[in-house]
Design a protein around this ligand. Sequence first.
Ligand code: NAD
Length: 496
Amino acid sequence: MAILDEPIKEVRVLKNYIDGEWVESKGEIVDVVNPATMKTISKVPISTKEEIDTAVQAAQEAYHDWRRTTPLARSRLLFNLKALLEENFEKASRIQTQEHGKCIDESRGESRRGIENVEVACGIPTLMQGYISEDVARGIDEWCMPTPLGVFGVIGPFNFPWMIPLWSIPYAVATGNTVVLKPSSEVPNSQTFLCELAEEAGFPPGVWNMVHGGRTVVSGMLDHPDIQGITFVGSTPVGRDVIYKRCGETGKRVIAQCGAKNFMTIMPDCDVENTVSGMMTSFFGNAGQRCLAAANAVIVGEDDAFYEDFVARVVDKVKNIKIGYGLDESVQMGPLRDEAKKQNVLKYIDIGLEEGAELVLDGRDFSVQGGLPENCFVGPTIFKNVRPDSRVGSEEIFGPVMSIMRAKDLDEAIEITNANPFGNGHSIFTQNGANARHFQYNVVSGNVGINIGITAAMAFFPFGGLKDSFFGTLHTQGKDAIRFFTDTKVVIQRWF
Ligand code: NAD
């Protein structure tokens, strides 16, 4: 077992990045613990209302010059950043693993997906063009052009500490806005490193700010009159009841990407081997802590032999997943982010048993490579004969738990899927095009996979979501992000 070099070597108190300066916070300081080793790797401040106000003020002042900086000049800074991100690709990936616990290859994937958003935003001189009509009336021309709005707040979750803020920030700054970012206080090191690289890339003071913390910082953003809009990624109760609600009350634009319970429909005509492989990464990658992780497998058909054989194959493959420290290249599943998240998964295993589901792989019985403390680890868990309306079959668990259920035909599978309150990333595995089309047409989901287990949109497509998985209108990434971060100002012109 060879563990890759850990990039965070000494415990330091992280600072906020405000107006181009690294500033000590006056807030309470809490430990950031590596969930695989249980060692404290850094300390993060829970910043105060005054600190978020200072950052917003700096961003507001920087906006004046930044919006006058040409899109070409802004994109050159993004090109500088892209080069630095490539140079520091491995370091950034290892920081993610060290603070979050995911396997190094999952972190490398996360780094790549983050960089792709910077690459797309580099095209801002053309992406931000408007359109014009000559002679809308005799001698009158009319055009519309996207213009920036001011300061935006970006609030991140714990599960993708590097990539998720990059769904927003490159587009926000490319379009001429300034940002204040609040990373998840559970994983603040990745964004601290990203800010260091943004500083090195040459973004002027005040354009890209970061304030560590929790609810106080979020409330400060939501209530601040100079913040024009918020992008939030996190759980549904916070996204809907705190962020979306307050943005409505204060008149801010909002993107709130929220929780999920994703269903995978498995047709009897699927390519079984590839389907089982796709299920492994979708259900258990990132230890199930993905908003696009499949949680429920709906096996279609009344053939008991197919059902039993399929379940046996899945269990057979999953029970050999190697669990351990993500910096060991051979490990396939890391820990959950913290002890509370493990306790939550254990709670759901108990609930599943109480509800009468059949536990065919028990995640409480596992072994971790290398004698690590087991505080945050839990093994892959599989329930079969789960009722779709049971708690284990309908609520977001956000851990490595697969619930297997049955449907007599495709329409019933779609009905079961659509009855769930979430609509983030549902998929079908089939070799039949008509079934695939019927599924993608009728399933209510922001992202749909056809023989794809993780329905993650590329950076040049919007990251969708429906029902309780998304609150807002436009999305992060791609052209939607350009529209979200700009107003389409219309000018009508006549000369006498
Ligand atoms: P969370 O809602 O607990 O926290 C998200 C952010 O909100 C954090 O920065 C946190 O500090 C802040 N926050 C938490 N409670 C708050 C409160 N009461 N008031 C104000 N701010 C608060 O989410 P999490 O546990 O960090 O992330 C996991 C959740 O995110 C899951 O539900 C997952 O499905 C979801 N998620 C969704 C997507 C998507 O694109 N739909 C992507 C990733 C994660």
